[in-house]
Design a protein around this ligand. Structure first.
Ligand SMILES: Nc1ncnc2c1ncn2[C@@H]1O[C@H](COP(=O)(O)OP(=O)(O)OP(=O)(O)O)[C@@H](O)[C@H]1O
Ligand SMILES: [Mg+2]
Length: 228
């Protein structure tokens, strides 16, 4: 699932982007930043600062109200509608609210992106249990999400987001439900993915995580972004 264009220049570029919901005020204003291919950034800011909203723009679940967003070299606003799903498939997302499919086992939830990409069942049986074991869910491969704890669901969501080695990984508060030990282990997974070439952005409140890892911080405050 690797694409040559992801290897050059910026994977994401925002120029003076603003977001508003309905007729409400702009909750983000004049946000400009870029994510160079292969970079790793934290996205910080207090609750309600707009972290999830910013990530939603990047995985095409939300339109900007102003400004320009370029994803994998394509201007989102001027791209054809039929071109967008292919861009979207290059993005792995860990949703703040997990969004697992409750009727599928942990294994099948994680296998989903591989199946969509046409992977063989052999490969799925080879990779998915390994990854779930690595995140500490060896005993829950066949469990359905409603029977899992918050932290367990979060780890299934993370495994699903990384299994296809996306070009861009967006993780929204991915360690919000686990203790510090597991949090560091999950961050290690993101770092390994990053070493393989994935551009990573992790939105988090976890000061401990941000201070222990050497990655730059983009900080949202009062609708604006600044480098931390
Ligand atoms: N669907 C929506 N409709 C209207 N307003 C929204 C919607 N989603 C978010 N908002 C508003 O946008 C602002 C930013 O919300 P957002 O969820 O992006 O913040 P956040 O930084 O992710 O917060 P948290 O750390 O609590 O997850 C908030 O004021 C919120 O009330
Ligand atoms: Mg949020």
């Amino acid at each position: 699932m690797r694409h040559p264009t992801a290897d050059r220049a910026n994977v994401v570029q925002f120029d003076n982007v603003a977001v508003r919901y309905g007729y409400g005020p702009e909750i983000l204003q004049d946000v400009s930043f870029s994510l160079p291919a292969g970079s790793f950034h934290f996205l910080t800011g207090s609750s309600g600062a707009g972290k999830s909203s910013l990530l939603r723009l990047m995985y095409l679940a939300q339109r900007q109200s102003r400004g320009r967003i370029v994803l994998f070299g394509r201007d989102i606003a001027t791209s054809r509608r039929y071109e967008l799903p292919a861009l979207r498939r290059r993005v792995g997302v860990v949703f703040q609210d997990f969004r697992l499919l409750d009727h599928l086992s942990a294994m099948d939830n994680v296998a989903l992106p591989l199946r969509v990409a046409g992977a063989s069942e052999n490969d799925i049986r080879k990779f998915v249990p390994d990854l779930l074991t690595w995140v500490g869910l060896a005993d829950h491969l066949h469990a359905k999400p409603p029977t899992l704890s918050g932290g367990q669901k979060q780890r299934v969501a993370i495994a699903r987001a990384v299994i296809g080695r996306p070009d861009l990984l967006l993780a929204d508060e991915p360690t919000g439900n686990v203790d510090d030990h597991i949090a560091m282990r999950l961050m290690y997974l993101f770092e390994e993915l990053n070493k393989l070439g994935t551009t990573v952005m992790v939105a988090t409140h976890n000061e401990n995580l941000v201070s222990r890892l050497p990655y730059p911080q983009l900080h949202l405050e009062n609708g604006q972004m600044r480098r931390g």
